[in-house]
Structure formats: C-alpha cells, structure tokens
Design a protein around this ligand. Structure first.
Ligand SMILES: O=C(O)CCC(=O)C(=O)O
Length: 384
C-alpha cells in the first residue's frame, strides 16, 4: 500500500513537470514518490525502508530524476527495440522463404534455358539432315520421306500433296507407277493404281451379292457355270457406276488405257477362296451374240483388291521367256502377283486390229488367303 501523500506527490510531479515539482517538494518525499509511482513508464521497483546515508540518497534521487525526465526517450527506445526485435525474427522467416523462392526461380529459369537450347539444337540437326538428304537425291533413304509415307495395301508410299488439283488426285499422280511387263502380248502393270480405301469400298459393295462365277457359252453367248472357273463374282450396276469413287476409278482406267469410259463394261468383282482358280482363256469373244453391243473386247484392266494371298497369280503362258510360280507350281510364262492396289492392263487385240491369241491368261489356284479382284473389260465401241 502507498500512503495518500505519496500518491498526491506523484500526480503533482506529473502535472507540474519534474523541475518545478523538485523545487516545491522536500527531498525524501520526492525520492519515494518517483520510485514508488506505479504510473511511471519505467515502473521501477519501489525501495522499501529508509536510505542509509544522505550521499546515497542524493545519488538515488539524481538517478530517479534522470529516469523520470527521460522517460519518453527511454520508453521510445524500449518500444523501438521491441518492434525491431519482432520485425527481425519475422524477417528471418520471411527472408528464408523468399530466398528459397528466388533459388527455385533461378533453377526453373536455368532448366527452361537448357530445354529451349536442346530443342533448338535438335531442330538445327534436323535441318542439317534434311539438307543432306536433298543433296543426295531420292536414292538416299530419307527420314522426311519416311515420316510422310502412307500405307496403301501394305506398300509404303510417299505422301503426295495434290492441293486443289482434282485431276492429279483422280489419277493418283505420284503414286501410280507403270511397269511394262511384255510388249507382245501387251501387258503393263500399274503399281498403286487404287488406294486402299477404293479396294475396300469395292469389296464392301460386292460381298453381299457374290454368286458363283460363270463363263460365256460360245454357242449361245450366255453365262454358264463351269469348272474352268470356280470363283464367285458380281457386276456393279448402273446406279453404282454413278458413285463418286466408282466414277473416279472408271475415269482413271479410261485415262491410263486411253479407251473411252463409254466403251467399258460394268465392273465385275471376283473373289477366289483357297483352291479356286480360272483356267487359261481369252477375253475376246468367239460368239457373234456379244459383239452386237460395243464390238470386240480390246483390253482388260484387272485390279487387285487384297494382300496376303498365297498363289492366285495372274498367269500369261505366252508372255515372257522364263518361268514363274503359278499356284505353287513352276510354269513357263509370266506371272503377276496379286498385290492390293496394283492393276494389270493387257490387250486382247493386237496393233494390227486383230484379236491376239497370245493374250491367253488365267487365274492361278489360290493356296491360302482370299484373292479379290475387279475387272473392267473394254470394247471397240461405246456400249449402248
Ligand atoms: O483372276 C485372275 O487373275 C484372272 C482373271 C481373268 O482372267 C478374267 O477375269 O478374265
């Protein structure tokens, strides 16, 4: 407990200011008041009991005065120190976090630079390789060409850009590659004549309507079943002839054979299963009945629609000078392998305008797989 005189003196000191209060207040009371004031900002511990001698009292008195007179400065210092201490401890946490973030940013920036550098390096290398390929010409195996290849019937083909050139697209310029197999009889093989889609399309149309194939009876001119020909087949109709893909195929046949579209018979699609065949024969007619509409057959375009067939070659016994495998048997003549998309064009009429007996041909026995083909026979005149 503090007595009321001390409390009064404290208030008095606060109101008057320390200097005036010192003049107006006795020493002993002044000392006790200053030290005992709970409202003092520095709040020193009260000194209990009387001072031992006067010089010590004077010393205490002086010290207290200094403290009281400078209490705002001391308070400010302590406050500043306290804030600073908190700020420092907080800033240590903040600066550690921000140091980590900066380090991460540097690492990410470095990784980005390295990645971009690697991509640029790879592009430069690619450009260098392409230039090298160009300087070597098309014989050099090209990475660029390998990237741009498309698969037609299992054959790798270069990608060809036709742009808006519809004629080039229709004729498959850049894909179709002619190969003369024989001048007499005249046989030419067109590699990649049909696209894979065209082959599949023809098969899809034909499949539900296949029937046992027939041959032309030379006496009546009618189709009859025969063990000379054991495949199944069907003819596209006039309506199907108007389909864009069929029109494109017919136009292509006409262009490459240089026989007008109107001279062509309807396309026939054939399927040979294992053990099926077509014995050697001529395509030109021996009867007069069939000649009435369009005249004689002059040429045949035979298009292959499937791959992975063993046997099933088209066999020309009077062509070539060597031997070939026909349905697994070695024979004299020329055999054409049924590769999907390829087409063989052969002429039943020689340059002398007469039917060519050497154009005799047949379909070899299929050993495994299914051989599908499409045939277009072409006449001397338009078929009315
Ligand atoms: O299928 C073959 O390879 C021959 C077909 C044929 O001779 C024909 O359709 O006239």
């Amino acid at each position: 407990m503090m007595d009321s005189s001390v409390s009064n003196e404290t208030n008095k000191a606060r109101l008057l200011g320390v200097t005036q209060w010192r003049k107006a207040t006795p020493n002993a009371l002044r000392t006790q008041t200053a030290l005992g004031s709970r409202n003092s900002p520095i709040n020193p511990t009260p000194i209990r009991g009387k001072p031992t001698n006067s010089s010590a009292r004077r010393h205490d008195d002086k010290l207290m005065l200094i403290l009281v007179e400078n209490r705002w400065a001391i308070n400010s210092f302590l406050l500043f120190f306290n804030i600073n201490k908190q700020a420092t401890s907080r800033s240590i946490g903040i600066s550690f976090g921000s140091a980590m973030a900066s380090a991460m940013r540097i690492v990410i920036a470095l990784l980005t630079i390295v990645t971009i550098g690697m991509i640029l390096g790879a592009l430069v290398q690619l450009a260098f390789i392409w230039n090298l390929e160009d300087s070597y010409g098309s014989a050099f195996p090209s990475f660029r060409r390998a990237l741009g290849r498309q698969n037609v019937g299992g054959n790798q083909l270069p990608a060809v850009g036709w742009g808006n050139d519809k004629e080039a697209a229709l004729l498959r310029i850049g894909y179709v590659k002619p190969e003369i197999l024989s001048w007499s009889p005249r046989i030419i093989l067109f590699h990649n004549f049909l696209s894979a889609e065209e082959c599949d399309y023809l098969r899809a149309i034909a499949k539900p309507r296949l029937e046992v194939s027939t041959v032309v009876d030379s006496k009546t001119g009618k189709g009859v079943k025969s063990n000379v020909r054991t495949s199944s087949g069907m003819f596209l109709n006039h309506e199907e002839r108007k389909y864009p893909m069929i029109r494109a195929i017919e136009k292509r046949i006409s262009t490459y054979s240089q026989v007008p579209i109107e001279n062509g018979e309807l396309v026939q699609v054939l399927r040979y299963e294992p053990n099926q065949f077509y014995r050697p024969h001529h395509d030109y007619f021996s009867d007069s009945f069939n000649l009435k509409r369009g005249g004689q057959r002059v040429a045949t375009m035979l298009m292959y629609l499937t791959d992975n067939v063993e046997g099933g070659e088209t066999f020309f016994p009077m062509a070539g000078s060597g031997e070939c495998s026909c349905g697994g048997k070695m024979v004299k003549g020329l055999c054409v392998k049924p590769n999907k998309g390829d087409a063989v064009l052969f002429w039943s009429m020689g340059l002398d305008g007469q039917s060519d007996p050497d154009s005799i041909h047949g379909g070899c026995e299929v050993l495994s797989g299914e051989k599908w083909s499409a045939t277009k026979w072409m006449r001397q005149r338009a078929i009315s």
